[in-house]
Design a protein around this ligand. Sequence first.
Ligand SMILES: CC/C=C\C/C=C\C/C=C\C/C=C\C/C=C\C/C=C\C=C\C(=O)SCCNC(=O)CCNC(=O)[C@H](O)C(C)(C)COP(=O)(O)OP(=O)(O)OC[C@H]1O[C@@H](n2cnc3c(N)ncnc32)[C@H](O)[C@@H]1OP(=O)(O)O
Ligand SMILES: Cc1cc2nc3c(=O)[nH]c(=O)nc-3n(C[C@H](O)[C@H](O)[C@H](O)COP(=O)(O)OP(=O)(O)OC[C@H]3O[C@@H](n4cnc5c(N)ncnc54)[C@H](O)[C@@H]3O)c2cc1C
Length: 659
Amino acid sequence: MAVDHAAAEVDHLAAERAAARFDVEAMKIAWAGSRHAVDVADRMARLVASDPVFRKDNRTMLSRKDLFKDTLRKAAHAWKRIVELRLTEEEASLLRQYVDQPGYVDLHWGMFVPAIKGQGTEEQQKKWLPLAYKFQIIGCYAQTELGHGSNVQGLETTATFDPMTDEFVIHSPTLTSSKWWPGGLGKASTHAVVYARLITEGKDYGIHGFIVQLRSLEDHSPLPGVTLGDIGGKFGSGAYNSMDNGVLRFDHVRIPRDQMLMRLSQVTREGKYVQSDVPKQLLYGTMVYVRQSIVADASKALSRAVCIAVRYSAIRKQFGSQDGGPETQVLNYRTQQSRLFPLLASAYAFRFVGDWLNWLYTDVTQKLEVKDYSTLQEAHACTAGLKAVTTSATADAIEECRKLCGGHGYLNSSGLPELFAVYVPACTYEGDNVVLLLQVARILMKTVSQLTSGKQPVGTMAYMGKVQHLMQSKCAVKTEAFEARALRMAVNCAQNIGQASNQEEGFYERSPDLLEAAVAHIQLIIVTKFIEKVHQDIPGHGVKEQLQNLCNVYALYTLHKHLGDFLATGSLTPKQGALANEQLGKLYAQVRPNAVALVDAFNYTDHYLGSVLGRYDGNVYPALYEEAWKDPLNETVVPEGYHEYLRPLLKQQLKLSRL
Ligand SMILES: CC/C=C\C/C=C\C/C=C\C/C=C\C/C=C\C/C=C\C=C\C(=O)SCCNC(=O)CCNC(=O)[C@H](O)C(C)(C)COP(=O)(O)OP(=O)(O)OC[C@H]1O[C@@H](n2cnc3c(N)ncnc32)[C@H](O)[C@@H]1OP(=O)(O)O
Ligand SMILES: Cc1cc2nc3c(=O)[nH]c(=O)nc-3n(C[C@H](O)[C@H](O)[C@H](O)COP(=O)(O)OP(=O)(O)OC[C@H]3O[C@@H](n4cnc5c(N)ncnc54)[C@H](O)[C@@H]3O)c2cc1C
């Protein structure tokens, strides 16, 4: 008798859901932050999922040109819906998230508008922001050049003030000064915030931002002196190829003086350079803003991958039980759990640290408004470090989820290859992760050097003030072990650097160790913020207990993975390390019955997940089967090329065999 495997799989997910020991609806609130956040996200996700224009299941099969046109169409349709439905800013931004196709609008709203808000004077904001808000202009963020990305001070584009005409002359003096990478620049943007070296009265004042019009508002053709285009195809099918990352060169393009972003410094009518009394690092403010939002994005991308892998692992069965009973769900294998559950825990950890980082960013912004710059360094260290650690972990985790789904994970229809391809550049954009971690390391070294002078570290570095205690004590397996490890690694680096002939040379020599010290410090922040979260009042049956479990999984897994650090610094004994590992196994057993419900709490629609393996109903096999037939290769039974290349070959073999 034929067994309906598909129906059995569907029942499987229902059984998983019934076995969960907590209130999923309450967990949705804990994940999203509030009932309101759940409701508005739900509404926007469904709005997108039910609109045929936002279909995306065919995306990996489109040519680059068709994919780009599809992106323009989706962006225009999204804007139409936003206007028609009078969506709020919160709703509009969620709608764009669920459309889930990188495009020029991301840079317009994500960098162009924030750059003007952060670096423009009130007058400049009044002039430019209304145009941007109504899409009467489209903007991008043109900082990186062919020759320099990480080293912002090394950019070569020049903006030379001409007092005769009261204009800046924007110029690309070398090939390597060509702007290279800005998203939305290649084909869509009409304007850009361009970062260039400001030269006035014969002196180079370094990098500043300028608003430059690139294309005609009449027919979209490049303005005189502007050469621009797309930089070419990128990693993976579909994925980030929907974005028109661009190249841009200027040949003595003139802009009015008032298009220099003048909040941080000004050039007068006479050409005098005037520096405001604000720190010059505020020039990097847009990057700080985007880095904090990238941490929130990490938890989104990771939770999507984990949702797919957990649901599919509950459906997928391999090998029988020892007594010849039904086959085993792969989710029941201890190895599957030990690879997957730490990623599930990381998704929650990144979500909560992302919320905290957003709070920190808002707090710093408010302080800056009243000229309090005391937390600027903390904001830089936390955004840079958390961006680096969460994006690297997420990129690795998406690939691990692909492997956790076996062969089917490699199919585009699993959603994982595209998610990976679109996500990996997060390790590079908004600051290469190594470069950012070295920034954190510099701040750690500065903090260690100030300890002897009695200056008490604050914020996330405050634990370093407990130096006497943390350098000596043996620690119980909890936050203190993370503090001791981070501090001792930083102090070791500082001591080694101190022995070098000069500080810069020492820093350079010790940079691999410094990276690890920075990672240890950032992991401490993530663990601490997760612990603080679970100490809060969290309503809903069993929700707090589940989060407590996941927090322990995250902490103990991190400890297990970096046990070498903990042992080498004497922050833990080998026995404690072994006990932690024992405990981890027990925690996985507690996560197991709740795993499917824990990913349901992300509340993702099938449209947003974009995965036949991660379907909510678990109906994986019929969906995989159906999806295969949609491939353009299956449009004809006999493939194109048969008559040219297969038939002659086969005929020739036939003739040869008859000889
Ligand atoms: C198909 C779809 C399917 C699925 C989708 C799924 C998921 C999608 C998920 C995500 C996608 C979503 C969004 C995409 C988002 C973004 C991508 C798009 C755009 C990307 C844009 C960019 O990349 S823009 C360019 C970014 N560039 C960089 O980041 C450059 C990095 N370099 C620097 O920042 C600086 O050069 C440097 C900090 C490394 C060094 O600067 P320098 O001036 O040389 O300074 P130092 O001498 O080192 O330091 C001097 C002091 O200044 C302090 N400092 C440095 N930076 C800052 C700062 N930002 N804030 C405050 N202070 C700072 C530093 O600490 C020193 O302080 P001292 O006290 O020691 O003097
Ligand atoms: C998809 C994507 C979108 C982007 N969008 C934009 C955009 O909209 N606007 C924009 O302006 N830019 C954009 N960028 C550019 C991006 O910001 C840069 O690529 C990024 O900052 C890295 O700089 P780089 O390419 O110069 O790398 P490099 O600095 O050349 O890195 C190469 C290698 O050198 C190492 N390295 C560099 N410096 C050091 C150091 N001091 N110590 C140790 N190792 C070091 C790095 O770790 C890396 O391994 C985008 C990039 C990508 C991939």
